[in-house]
Unconditional design. Sequence first.
Length: 248
Amino acid sequence: MNNPFSLTGKTILITGASSGIGKKTALITAGMGATLYISGRNVDRLTETLHELEGQGHIMQSADLTSEQDIDTLVQSISGLDGVVLSSGITKTLPFKFINSTELDNIMQTNFSAPVLLLSKLIKLKKLNKGCSIVFVSSIGGNFIGAKGNAMYSASKGAINAIQKVLTLELAPQKIRVNNVSPGMVRTEMWENSTTFTVEQIEEDAKKYPLGYGETSDVANAIVYLLSDASKWVTGISLVLDGGFSVQ
């Protein structure tokens, strides 16, 4: 029986593949048969990801996507893509009244400008095959909820969700699909090593999620669906992954 969720024969670019959701997505998509280009800023951790991938022919390219030169180098190294996962990003908890231009520029450049400019160049240089699937990693903070201290991060993800809608229409004639996954709280190294919240605060927050906090594999498996032919009639959506948090 044909498996519509298989990624065999597909070539996929994953940014932010050195840790967290990006790394788990790389591991699972390779396990599903994809050939990968993986990118990230930390060379050592990106190399670890590469060595853990199943299959052959995977290529790594370290890049700081806030650097236009690094974007150009990455794009030039890539040939035809059947999938793009834009997973790199940062977070910063800061009450609205303390927002400053440096912090705001950093968040917006990393979470919004970098993936948008990368994708623009991939499209302009015809690096995306017909039928390619683009998946942004967004957040329920982008459109679905508000959280104190999260204004800059939410704004960056909301901007991604807005531009996704335009791309959905512009790329549909080439049968290129554009979706995003919008996770709630997911246990990643970045979150677990955060000094912003205490263990007690984290445990109390987790109680707000009917199914508890998510794991990186929960998000990666959803991304596999959006990359696969099983979702070939799905475009322009935000796939909410939050263990029931946002229905309350």
